[in-house]
Design a protein around this ligand. Structure first.
Ligand code: ASP
Length: 439
């Protein structure tokens, strides 16, 4: 048995948090490879080291004095080093960083130092080998991850280390410059390391005990999700559930390695298991509910649309030509609706409308704004009768007008469109019927 353990920024924000992490790692000797984030916020008003680094580098790039900003970053690490009683000196590292900032090494390099330095501290604290991610995680020239090279070099390196710390969030481009993943990307590094080391579990430690069925800002103390499939998670994260970076599932998924989301502040909790497939039924018919506000629908009508070959393609071409991605396209006999993100669409709407007229010659085009989309996701829905019926009767009882329904072909997902102002009530009604009253 072997595990890769990734710890998020809040789990490593202070010496006190580091100690909890040390206890977790030492409590289980199968936790052999560690992927740390940069120190996060110590309290809600604090600033993440990654953000401090971006701000500091901005000063450097503008040719302003950045010594004070860099000193503050150094102080964050010193506080951790002192709190842990380590004999580690980062002076030389900071001299190099200062030199590289002056040489305008780039904001990616700057941000990556958060994880790099935290990796050095962590390796020193645990007595593990430090493996710089820039020597084992490779990007192609176009910025995409070079999976093959990474897997080859990383697995060869790890085969030689009994225990190691690999900092999250960054790797290297073919020309030797450091590149980061998008924000929250240490989750991806953890997944890549788990795949390369072919471990049995990828534990992702954060500050919540896994995924919740619904957003706690809308539902008071929602129930947790014990087991969720990769597919269900994709649907929920796409719709706004944020615990894990959405790209983090791909590397481990290829190897069938489960991810276990755990809470550093409540290590006895089982958290959420993310798996390929499972025969474990979830406690409720639905696994989770998530949603987003701020959509627009473009409703297009044309008599005899149903018999016109290529109509849909022409309409979507108008969106493509303006660089707008669409979310959902429910259609009727003579109508077709395209759901788009309002903020993306707003500035280009007249261009898109003109494009649709030019390409598809519809009878009418109407735009509706301020719509929300809600995804009700669950592998159990396939084998349960009446799920859609229950959702709609719950919404009717809550006086929510349903503007759109789209059931994904996977039958794991029902998407509902409602007015932005009905968003919270709709989620409450759905949660209520499936989780509280369990009708
Ligand atoms: N430290 C980086 C961020 O704040 C990456 C991470 O934490 O995963 O986005």
């Amino acid at each position: 048995m072997a595990k890769v353990v990734k710890f998020g920024g809040s789990s490593l924000a202070s010496a006190e948090q580091f100690k909890k992490v040390g206890d977790i790692i030492r409590a289980d000797e199968t936790r052999i490879y560690v992927v740390p984030s940069a120190p996060g916020k110590r309290s809600s008003k604090d600033t993440k080291v990654t953000d401090m680094l971006y701000a500091c580098y901005e000063l450097a790039e503008a040719g302003k004095n950045f010594s004070k900003a860099l000193e503050e970053i150094k102080a964050r690490y010193q506080e951790i080093i002192d709190g842990l009683g380590l004999k580690l000196n980062l002076d030389n590292e900071f001299i190099t960083i200062e030199k590289n900032f002056k040489a305008k090494a780039g904001s990616n390099y700057a941000a990556s130092r958060g994880e790099y330095l935290n990796g050095i501290v962590m390796a020193n604290y645990l007595g593990y080998e430090f493996v710089d991610a820039a020597t084992v995680i490779f990007f192609r020239e176009d910025g995409t991850l070079d999976e093959e090279k990474t897997d080859k070099v990383l697995s060869a390196k790890l085969a030689k280390c009994k225990n190691a710390v690999v900092p999250g969030f960054y790797g290297v481009l073919p020309d030797g410059t450091v590149k980061t993943f998008s924000r929250g990307g240490s989750d991806i590094t953890g997944s890549i390391v788990a795949k390369a080391a072919k471990v049995d579990v990828y534990e992702n430690w954060t500050d919540v005990s896994g995924f919740l069925i619904a957003d706690p800002r809308i539902i008071d103390k929602p129930a947790g999700i014990e087991v969720i499939t990769y597919k269900e998670l994709r649907e929920l994260s796409y719709m706004g559930a944020t615990v894990l970076h959405e790209d983090a599932i791909f590397p481990v998924r290829q190897q069938g390695i489960p991810i276990n989301i755990r809470n550093t502040n409540a290590p006895a909790d089982n958290g959420t298991w993310i798996v390929g497939s499972t025969c474990q039924k979830s406690k409720y018919v639905i696994t989770g509910i998530a949603g987003k506000k701020g959509f627009c629908s473009v409703n297009i009508e044309k008599d005899m649309m149903n018999s016109e070959i290529g109509f849909g393609r022409k309409v979507l071409q108008a969106f493509e030509e303006n660089g707008i991605s669409f979310e959902h396209v429910p259609s009727g006999i003579d109508t077709m609706t395209v759901f788009v993100h309002q903020d993306e669409f707003m500035h280009k709407e007249q261009k898109v409308v003109a494009g649709i007229h030019r390409l598809a010659q519809p009878d009418t085009i109407e735009i509706e704004s301020d719509l929300a989309l809600i995804a009700v996701v669950g592998r159990g829905m396939k084998s349960t009768r009446g799920t859609a019926g229950r959702i709609f009767s719950a919404l009717a009882h809550a006086n929510v007008n349903v503007r759109m329904i789209d059931q994904g072909s996977s039958e794991q997902n029902i998407i509902i469109g409602v007015a932005d102002e009905d968003f919270e009530n709709a989620i409450k009604a759905i949660y209520d019927i499936f989780v509280i009253t369990r009708l």
